[in-house]
Design a protein around this ligand. Sequence first.
Ligand code: CU
Length: 343
Amino acid sequence: MFKKITTLFILSSCYYAHSDEITVADDHAPISIMSDHMHKKNEFMFSYRLSSMIMSGLSNGTSSISIEDTMTNPNGSSFNKGSYMNAPVSMNMSMHMFGMMYAPSDYFTFLIMSNYQQKEMTQQRMKMSGGARFNINSHGFGDLLLGGMFGIKNNKNLKMHLGFGLSFPTGSISKKDQTPTGSNKKLGYSMQNGSGTYDPYILLNILKNIDKIKYGAQFFFKFRPGDSNKYGYKYGNFLDTNIWTSYNFIHFFSSSLKISFKNLNQMKGQDDQLNSRMSPAMDAGNIGYTKVLLGLGFNFINKNSFLNNQRFAIEVIKPIYEKYNRIQMKQDFKIILGLQYAL
Ligand SMILES: [Cu+2]
């Protein structure tokens, strides 16, 4: 017993003697944030994230609109022609994200990310067509992302890096499913798996460390400098600003609080294979938003010898402000689970 306690004491004093060397739970940002950290020379990291987003109810700008009003009142959408024939009721989106990071030097980390999506949307038909509800589904790999990070500053209390990358249009934008109008009909924009365009991004990541508390910020900007995709549209620029703080209760456990500001600009062009009067989800005018979201997260780190320093994290995200370009589905919440393992 005494021997055990002595061993523990020696071990824990080792931890404190090298406190900036050991891996602690809040070394990384909340799990929803990508490209938040760099690696040391020759380190690899593998990650898996599962996110699930639930959407329900409709919003026109900042105010709620009923399913009935979406289908009966001329609402300024559909090029002012009138109302829609269907309206979305709810949507469920799951994403499996696979990532790998590798650092050829202490000042540069390379990353590659892919994802697999499963989406289901429930829609309701207008009264004249019977008012029944129907489900549409899509699944497949999304766009592939290649990126890198350059370290600018890396000391005990302040870490800063710049990131850049390119999203490749590997995700399908031709997804089809059975709908009331046919057995193999093209689905709306949010049911597709990719953007169809090469989208570069840049980011700045800052992390400040004060004892057991960390403060972080990331400014991410994705732009669309190229031509429209093969169907004649491209998404607008996307700005994502995240500010977070985390508290390290004990070296293997921390919690985080995050506030995000997200802005997606209006879509340019439209997919001519989609009838924009069919549903708000098929109308290119109904893309783009400004959202403010809160995220509460918990991070754990495995201190056992098997899979030592493997991380497990969970984050729950809820919008506190949503402003949409015309009629879109509202976000209820999003949950992200993540596993990260470095070697
Ligand atoms: Cu990593």
